[in-house]
Ligand binder design. Structure first.
Ligand code: MF3
Ligand code: CO
Length: 236
């Protein structure tokens, strides 16, 4: 899991370096695939439930599962990159949102609150806590910043499959759900909106967008709870 997720982090780093106004999203997908080939790992998303590409690129009001294509990033866009691999039978999964050039103050605050909420969620990862302690911490940070958490998509266990139990919602009361235990590997992934949390799926069958057209953000790390504390696996 460490290796799989380190590779995810390296590839995301490579893609982030190419994010700039004018770059085609399909070109970023090709870069991701090329980096997978060089490292002899399998992209985790391609073919997953019929998903056609290797990375999800979601722009502005797109929340998750944007499909790379001929669209080009432009100055002021807020772009999220979500990427996973399978290495030696184990999965890695991570996501990051970044500004394309200069973005609005609101976009920057949304991005910062969402990343902060991810770390607040990770900080709840300890023996004696429940899964929903993560959920509650994420929701609290996001809502205190004046934003909302998406309800329709959740974090998840990760391991020999991309998506395993337990589900990890980004909202709800603390103290519910399974106990957190050493050996658990989880993908914690707050998805947020500047406006309402309601989403709809575009006709491509994948792209989730906010119903009100407000900006969205997404950060994700795969993490491990061990006897000796927490490892953030998908961070370089
Ligand atoms: N990172 C996403 C998740 O955690 C996976 C994208 S769904 C796929 O669920 F179909 F594109 F793979
Ligand atoms: Co995930």
């Amino acid at each position: 899991m460490e290796t799989a997720n380190r590779i995810v982090a390296e590839i995301l780093e490579g893609i982030k370096e190419r994010v700039r106004p004018g770059v085609e999203t399909l070109e970023l997908n090709e870069l991701a695939e090329e980096m997978c080939r060089r490292r002899k790992v399998q992209p985790a998303f391609k073919g997953y439930r019929g998903y056609p590409r290797s990375i999800c690129i979601s722009i502005n009001e797109e929340v998750v599962h944007g499909i790379p294509g001929p669209r080009r990033l432009k100055e002021g866009d807020l772009v999220s990159l979500d990427f996973g691999v399978k290495y030696d039978g184990y999965y890695g999964d991570a996501a990051v949102t970044l500004p394309v050039g200069q973005v609005s103050d609101k976009a920057r605050r949304l991005l910062e609150a969402t990343e902060k909420s991810l770390y607040a969620g990770i900080a709840q990862l300890r023996v004696g806590n429940h899964v929903s302690d993560i959920s509650h911490a994420v929701q609290t940070v996001v809502e205190e910043a004046g934003f909302s958490v998406i309800r329709e998509f959740v974090g998840h266990g990760i391991g020999r499959s991309l998506h395993e139990d337990p589900q990890i919602p980004n909202f709800g009361p603390p103290g519910r759900g399974p106990w957190l235990q050493p050996g658990m590997t989880l993908a914690i992934e707050p998805m947020t909106a500047a406006g309402s949390w309601k989403v709809k799926i575009l006709k491509d069958g994948w792209t989730a967008v906010t119903q009100d057209g407000s900006l969205a953000a997404h950060f994700e790390h795969s993490v491990a709870l061990t006897e000796n504390g927490v490892l953030i696996l998908s961070r370089l």
